[in-house]
Ligand binder design. Structure first.
Ligand SMILES: C[S@@+](CC[C@H](N)C(=O)[O-])C[C@H]1O[C@@H](n2cnc3c(N)ncnc32)[C@H](O)[C@@H]1O
Length: 192
């Protein structure tokens, strides 16, 4: 199975100076995405699957996607400090981490992904995740879209619904994005 997690962020900027200290202190809420990166790298090590993480900077002056094939990261991320350092490096010098950066609108990105992946949108009022059936074989490609510290904006949600994304829920409460990716991976790979 080839899995992609796409998370748009309205607050992260590509060209501001960031340090581990400023990020753990909440700068632009890069910390939310750094925890997602850490969890996905742990899942990638555990599983025989390809996991991609797409961080989409969605503010009007950014509109760019950082496409991160988790297995291309050289360092084993062991802690939040490691993932924060890695994400700061990815944002400033993506090519050094095997990451591709693309200037692209959210609409074009979703249209591109929908060509070869089935789209899922994570939201508390979707279909129960336990009902999700994705075959664990090399042909299957799934792309899960979720919010960061904020939910997706209305236009993004409307686009996903227009593109036929299936709404998936992990429960009625609001969970942190990093917990959402972990629960989805757990469901897909470890459920009995
Ligand atoms: C931290 S939440 C976003 C903000 C949050 N909705 C709030 O009210 O502050 C991060 C994202 O995880 C996903 N998510 C959170 N809880 C979920 C749930 N129970 N089921 C499915 N997805 C969920 C949604 O895509 C959400 O935008």
């Amino acid at each position: 199975m080839n899995l992609t997690f796409l998370i748009p962020s309205q607050t992260i900027k590509s060209d501001t100076k960031k340090t581990v200290k400023s990020v753990v202190g909440g700068q632009e809420r890069v910390d939310v995405l750094s925890r997602c990166l850490l969890n996905l790298s742990r899942w990638n090590r555990r599983l025989n699957s390809e996991i991609n993480f797409i961080l989409y900077l969605s503010s009007p002056d950014e509109q760019q996607a950082f496409i991160i094939p988790i297995s291309s990261l050289e360092l084993e991320l062991k802690s939040e400090v490691d993932s924060t350092q890695e994400l700061i490096k990815i944002l400033s010098k993506p090519e050094e981490s095997g990451v591709s950066k693309e200037n692209i609108s959210f609409i074009n990105l979703i249209q591109k992904l929908s060509k070869d992946s089935k789209l899922y949108y994570l939201t508390p009022d979707g279909l129960e995740v336990s009902e999700l059936q994705i075959k664990n074989n090399q042909k299957e490609k799934a792309c899960f879209v979720l919010g960061s510290q904020y939910d997706l904006i209305e236009e993004q949600e409307a686009l996903l619904s227009k593109m036929g994304a299936t709404r998936i829920s992990i429960g009625k409460r609001n969970y942190l994005a990093s917990h959402v990716v972990t629960i989805v991976c757990h469901h897909l790979f470890l459920r009995k």
